[in-house]
Design a protein around this ligand. Structure first.
Ligand SMILES: [Zn+2]
Ligand SMILES: [Zn+2]
Length: 152
């Protein structure tokens, strides 16, 4: 699990960015790192509340915004759903499961960059890209396969 660039301690990252980790920001960041299921702000709030009972939803939104501005966390938008948050800073795409609604990280194959895969015109300048797949996550795909076998 230590292959990702975010394996660097966050204190290090934070001091590089000249940003201070308050108890609340740390709790929000820990909640994202603890369970990497791309929670929404409300889900983060529910998790953090257990540790920091005085925290408000507005504070969680603020912390998430600061973490995003610092580049420690990425926002993931899908259709019209509320934004989700992802602390995986390695280049990756997202698989949105049409059955359970889960979001799975899909890493790029080693030593590949998006430019090697997509036939981008030579004169474009890409500032940011977001690739999404839709389908079934491994768990739902297995369940669906079992369902099909049962019906036979
Ligand atoms: Zn699923
Ligand atoms: Zn992600």
């Amino acid at each position: 699990m230590n292959r990702n660039p975010e394996a660097k301690s966050y204190d290090e990252t934070i001091s590089e960015k000249g940003f201070r980790f308050t108890e609340q920001r740390r709790a929000v960041y820990d909640a994202l790192m603890g369970k990497r299921d791309h929670p929404t702000a409300v889900e983060v709030f529910m998790r953090v509340k257990g540790k920091v009972p005085t925290i408000s939803l507005a504070t969680v939104y603020n912390c998430l915004e600061t973490l995003t501005d610092c580049g420690l966390v990425k926002t993931v938008n899908h259709d019209r759903e509320s934004a989700r948050y992802c602390p995986n800073l390695a280049e990756h795409a997202h698989l949105f499961c049409e059955s359970c609604g889960g979001v799975t990280d899909i890493p790029l194959r080693a030593k590949r960059r998006a430019h090697d895969i997509w036939d981008l015109p030579p004169d474009v300048s890409i500032s940011h890209h977001e690739i999404s797949f839709r389908g079934l996550c491994p768990k739902c795909a297995k369940a669906a396969a079992r369902q099909t076998t049962k019906c036979k």
